[in-house]
Design a protein around this ligand. Structure first.
Ligand code: SIN
Ligand code: FE2
Length: 217
């Protein structure tokens, strides 16, 4: 896939940018609820702290993770799965706060996907140097629902490729409050995050937090 096919169709009024067919970057969309998001996040991580999970091959991920909602995404030596129980505590993940759910629904609708009702919110913490290699989100039951991905804290370079792993990804700088929604024709596109550069964010310090909303079941 060539890099310029869907290049930067920006609408200055809405700050919406189409980045591929079915994929939209909503600039600063989460800013209006940032305080509530961060308060809810702190609440969640006191119950279910961030942890570095391992992949099937035994490789420890540089991104630390936790979850809220009915279905938590986990990986360990047996592979990837959605699990209603936090394997670390043996208890269900915290409920998805309404400020999370409503934001995800509004962002999906703004991107053209009505009635998005996520049951899974993966919470990723990137400290300087942490990265996410190119992958597809394909552990969900129905690919008819989009992915809604909220960025908070330090800026990061989001890599957005195509349907094949070999498609050269384009790079988008995601800042605090930006949301990327992808679904429909780009639902299974490869994506990742370049190693996080150090910096200091006024609300979140030396880290980036990403909330990934999905309908898993
Ligand atoms: C992910 O694809 O799981 C994370 C994306 C991001 O951190 O922006
Ligand atoms: Fe992903």
């Amino acid at each position: 896939m060539t890099g310029d096919l869907f290049e930067s169709v920006a609408d200055p009024r809405t700050c919406q940018q189409s980045i591929a067919e079915g994929a939209v970057l909503l600039r600063a969309f989460a800013r209006s609820v940032e305080q509530d998001l961060i308060a809810a996040l702190h609440d969640i991580i006191t119950h279910t702290p961030f942890r570095h999970m391992s992949t099937r091959s035994g490789h420890q991920m540089s991104v630390a993770m936790t979850n809220c909602g009915d279905a938590g995404w986990v990986t360990d030596r047996s592979g990837y799965r959605y699990d209603g129980i936090d394997p670390q505590s043996g208890k269900p993940w915290p409920e998805m706060p309404s400020v999370f759910r409503e934001l995800a629904g509004r962002a999906a609708a703004a991107a053209g996907f009505d009635d998005f009702l996520p049951d899974a919110c993966l919470i990723n913490r990137y400290q300087p140097g942490a990265r996410m290699s190119l992958h597809q989100d394909r552990d969900e039951r129905d690919f008819g629902n989009p992915i809604v991905s909220v960025s908070l804290g330090l800026p990061a370079i989001f890599l957005f490729g195509g349907p094949e792993r070999s498609d050269r990804p384009r790079r988008f700088r995601l800042e605090h409050g930006d949301i990327v929604v992808w679904g429909g024709p780009s639902r299974l596109f490869f994506h990742g995050v370049a190693p996080l550069a150090d910096g200091e964010h006024n609300l979140l310090g030396h880290q980036r937090i990403n909330l990934t909303f999905r309908k898993a079941h």
